[in-house]
Design a protein around this ligand. Structure first.
Ligand SMILES: Cc1cc2nc3c(=O)[nH]c(=O)nc-3n(C[C@H](O)[C@H](O)[C@H](O)COP(=O)(O)OP(=O)(O)OC[C@H]3O[C@@H](n4cnc5c(N)ncnc54)[C@H](O)[C@@H]3O)c2cc1C
Length: 448
C-alpha cells in the first residue's frame, strides 16, 4: 500500500464534529448545537437524510408501542413530524394505525408508521440544523483521522477541491458503517456469528397505482398468500419473470400519491464495504427494477399502468460495520425488556431481518424495550460516539432498532452527550447519564 502525505488546505475548529448526515447524524447535530456547542456536520451528498432521501426509503417505521396504542418515540422525532405536517410533507403517524396503503396493509409491526415527502424532508432536515446553529459542509467525505492517545484529535475530509482538517473535542460517527471508528482504530464488529448479513435493496418509486382497486383487494382478501400475490410471485420465480427472492408485494403510499417499493433485492451475500461490489449491485438493481415493473404490470391487478418515477441514487445497505461500545445491546435485553439505568429511548419495533427468500419479523414479548446510552459510546476511543446503524449491538438487537425513528432517538442522545462532554472537557463515558436523560425529557422524550 502506498503511503501518501495529506496537505490540508483548510482547517476547521469546533466542539462536536458529526460525520454523516443521515437521520442519525441530523439528530445528533441538531441536539449538540442546541446545547450551545459549536457543531459541524460533514456529508458527502448535497442534502441530508442518507437512506431516507438518497436511498428513497419510506415510510418511517412505527413510533408506537407494540400494540399500536401509545406513542413512545417522541422528542426530536415528534418535532420533525410536526414540522413535516405543517409543510404538508407527511401523513401523521396516528392516521396510520389501521391497515392501509400507507403501512403497506401490514398490521404487524407497521402500526403508526409515518409516510413523508422526500423533498420536503430534505428542507426540514437542513432548516432545523441551520436554526440550531449547525455548520453544514456538504460534498465532504471523511477520509482519515489522527489520534492522540485514547482520543481522536482531528478528522481529515475531502471535498471536491481540497483536503480539509476538522479539529474537535468530540466526534460522532453517523456514517452508517462506522467509518470514523475504523479509521481511528477503534474496536468494531461486522456480520454475525454465522457470517450472514441482511440482504441489500434498492428502493424505487412508482406512480399509476389503481388505489381504489388495491384498497378493495386488501379489504376483502385477508389470507396472506392471496393478499400479497405470493402465488403469482412464486410462479414468476419458476418461469424466470420475477427476478429476485422477495416473496410478497411490498409497497407503501407516499403523501403525494406515489408509492415507495421495497421489492428489489440482491439475494447473494455481498461485501457492502467494497465499492466495487456496491457499484455492481447498483447497476444490477436498476436492471432488476425494470423487470419488477414489467412483472407487476403483467401480473398484479391494479398495477397494470404503473410507471417508474425514480430509483434510489444509492443502494440501501441494511447492515454494516458497527462500533464495539461500553455495552453491547443484545437480544436478551429486548426479550427481557431490560430497563437499563442509562436508557435513552423506548422502542417496540420488531426484530426485522431481511434474508434471501423471506423477512424474519420476530416480535418481542409484547413489551417495550430500552436502548442504553452506553451502546453509543466507544469502548476504546474516549471522545467517540455513534448513533443509528453503527450502534454497538448483536445482530438481533441491531435488527430491531435499525429503523429510522430509533435512529433519530439515538442521534438525539448522542448529540446531547457529546455536547455535555465537550462543554465540561470530559470523555463521553464520564458524562452522567442522568444529565442526558434530563435534557431528553425536557425535550419531550419518553423514557419509561
Ligand atoms: C432497503 C432498506 C429498507 C429500509 N426500510 C425502512 C423503512 O421502511 N422504515 C424505516 O424506518 N427504516 C427502514 N430502513 C432502515 C433505515 O432506513 C436505516 O437504518 C436508517 O435510515 C439509517 O440511518 P443512519 O443515519 O444511521 O445511516 P445512513 O442513512 O446510512 O446515513 C449515513 C450517512 O453518512 C454519510 N457517509 C457515509 N460515509 C461517509 C464518510 N466517509 N464521510 C462522511 N459521511 C459519510 C452518508 O452519505 C449518509 O448520508 C431500511 C433500510 C434499508 C437499507
Amino acid at each position: 500500500m502506498k503511503q501518501i502525505t495529506l496537505n490540508t488546505q483548510r482547517e476547521y475548529e469546533c466542539d462536536v464534529l458529526v460525520c454523516g448526515g443521515g437521520v442519525s447524524g441530523f439528530a445528533a447535530a441538531v441536539s449538540a448545537a442546541r446545547c450551545g456547542v459549536r457543531t459541524i456536520l460533514i456529508e458527502p451528498g448535497g442534502f441530508l437524510g442518507g437512506t431516507a432521501t438518497k436511498g428513497l426509503v419510506a415510510p418511517f417505521m412505527t413510533c408506537y408501542d407494540a400494540e399500536g396504542k401509545e406513542r413512545i418515540i417522541k422528542g426530536l422525532y415528534s418535532e420533525l413530524e410536526e414540522r413535516l405536517l405543517e409543510a404538508g410533507g407527511a401523513v401523521a403517524a396516528d392516521r396510520c394505525l389501521g391497515e392501509n396503503s400507507y403501512n403497506g396493509y401490514r398490521p404487524m409491526g407497521h402500526k403508526g408508521v409515518m409516510p413523508f415527502d422526500g423533498e420536503i424532508i430534505k428542507i426540514a432536515f437542513e432548516q432545523m440544523c441551520l436554526e440550531a446553529g449547525v455548520k453544514l459542509l456538504y460534498h465532504t467525505t471523511l477520509i482519515g483521522c489522527e489520534r492522540q492517545g485514547k482520543n481522536i484529535s482531528c478528522v481529515y475530509a475531502a471535498d471536491s477541491n481540497d483536503i480539509i482538517s476538522v479539529n474537535a473535542k468530540m466526534f460522532i460517527d453517523t456514517t452508517g458503517s462506522a467509518v470514523l471508528a475504523y479509521k481511528a482504530g477503534a474496536e468494531t464488529m461486522r456480520g454475525n456469528e454465522d457470517g450472514i448479513m441482511q440482504t441489500n435493496s434498492m428502493f424505487f418509486t412508482i406512480s399509476g397505482v389503481d388505489k381504489a382497486f388495491v384498497d378493495e383487494h386488501m379489504r376483502k382478501t385477508k389470507e396472506r398468500r392471496e393478499r400479497f400475490y405470493m402465488d403469482a410471485i412464486e410462479q414468476g420465480k419458476k418461469d424466470g419473470t420475477f427476478p429476485c427472492g422477495t416473496p410478497t408485494i411490498r409497497m407503501f403510499e407516499n403523501p403525494n400519491g406515489t408509492y415507495s417499493v421495497n421489492m428489489a433485492q440482491i439475494d447473494e451475500q455481498m461485501n457492502e464495504l467494497s465499492v466495487e461490489e456496491i457499484t455492481k449491485g447498483e447497476i444490477e438493481q436498476r436492471l432488476q427494477i425494470q423487470k419488477l415493473i414489467e412483472f407487476m404490470r403483467k401480473n398484479i391487478p391494479g398495477l397494470e399502468n404503473i410507471e417508474l418515477v425514480a430509483t434510489a441514487s444509492d443502494l440501501g445497505i441494511r447492515e454494516s460495520r458497527r462500533i464495539v461500545g461500553k455495552t453491547v445491546f443484545c437480544l436478551e435485553d429486548i426479550k427481557d425488556a431490560r430497563k437499563f439505568e442509562d436508557r435513552i429511548a423506548v422502542c417496540a419495533n420488531s426484530i426485522d431481518i431481511h434474508q434471501k427468500d423471506r423477512v424474519n419479523y420476530t416480535t418481542h414479548i409484547g413489551a417495550n424495550y430500552y436502548i442504553p446510552l452506553s451502546c453509543l459510546i466507544s469502548n476504546s476511543v474516549d471522545n467517540l460516539l455513534t448513533a443509528g446503524k453503527s450502534l454497538s449491538a448483536d445482530k438481533y438487537a441491531f435488527a430491531a432498532v435499525r429503523v429510522m425513528p430509533p435512529c433519530i432517538a439515538m442521534g438525539e442522545a448522542a448529540g446531547i452527550t457529546a455536547a455535555l462532554a465537550a462543554a465540561n472537557n470530559t470523555s463521553a463515558g464520564e458524562v452522567p447519564f442522568k444529565d442526558v436523560q434530563k435534557i431528553l425529557i425536557e425535550n419531550g422524550a419518553f423514557l419509561d
